[in-house]
Design a protein around this ligand. Structure first.
Ligand SMILES: [Fe+2]
Ligand SMILES: [Fe+2]
Length: 238
């Protein structure tokens, strides 16, 4: 039986048991940017009974499928590859599609629902930021991490230690997290109004999937890849 403690951090629980991210999503407990909080703190902040939630986590973990890939067991290079293959590829494909949808829905229904214009503006700004963010990870940070793992000696980086670009990426994750929270609020938790057309509904549905994928993506970087890379950097420096 897998057991958890209330003083375990939310990020460490999802790192070791990725399938549990679904329960955190449902309970709206932030496990990516807020991953350093203990389970107790995070539940109380959301007004959830910590003991009850802990029991739900343990039940779910017990039934967790063995096929779920355990990212904690991957090497740093494998994890960086996995993040690019799954989450970056998803964003490269989905961001342009969502940009078109959100622009169209705001143009057609913005008069009846003025928040659609805000939703469009928040999304387009986030999409631009994310495109640059992905490029920095793919062209700068991830190659550094792969090099760090492959070399016995410490490679010399133009950006000092690996902690520098990582702290910049974490800052950008916080900003993305804030924009996602704003989208959730502006869309009434991604619930379309009764009168919404199919494109409107498809947009909100796609935004919800986008939010969930972003949470998983940021979690894998903030709580697994980045701390392990910093640790490895420190070990190689000694
Ligand atoms: Fe990423
Ligand atoms: Fe990132």
């Amino acid at each position: 039986m897998i057991t958890f403690q209330l003083d375990h951090t939310v990020g460490s629980i999802v790192r070791d048991h990725p399938a549990l991210s679904r329960l955190f999503e449902q309970a709206k407990v932030d496990y990516c940017c807020g991953g350093q909080k203990t389970l107790d703190e995070a539940c109380r902040q959301r007004g959830i009974d910590p003991q009850r939630f802990l029991a739900q986590l343990e039940d779910y973990a017990a039934s967790e499928t063995a096929s779920e890939i355990n990212i904690a067991e991957l090497s740093l290079t494998e994890l960086a590859d996995h993040i690019e293959r799954i989450h970056h590829a998803y964003l490269h494909e989905e961001l342009p599609r969502l940009e078109k949808m959100v622009t169209k829905v705001a143009a057609v229904h913005g008069e009846k629902e003025p928040r659609l214009t805000q939703i469009r503006d928040v999304f387009l700004a986030l999409s631009t930021e994310l495109t640059i963010h992905l490029m920095k990870e793919e062209q700068v940070l991830f190659p550094i991490i792969r090099q760090l793992e492959a070399n016995d000696t410490l490679p010399s980086f133009h950006c000092g230690t690996v902690a520098n670009p990582i702290s910049r990426m974490e800052f950008e994750h916080d900003e993305a997290g804030a924009a996602l929270a704003q989208l959730r609020q502006l869309t009434d938790d991604f619930t379309p109004p009764e009168w919404a057309c199919n494109t409107y509904r498809a947009l909100f549905d796609a935004l919800l999937t986008f939010e969930q994928d972003m949470h998983q993506h940021i979690h894998k970087e903030n709580n697994v890849l980045f701390p392990q890379a910093i640790l490895l950097d420190q070990q190689k420096a000694n």
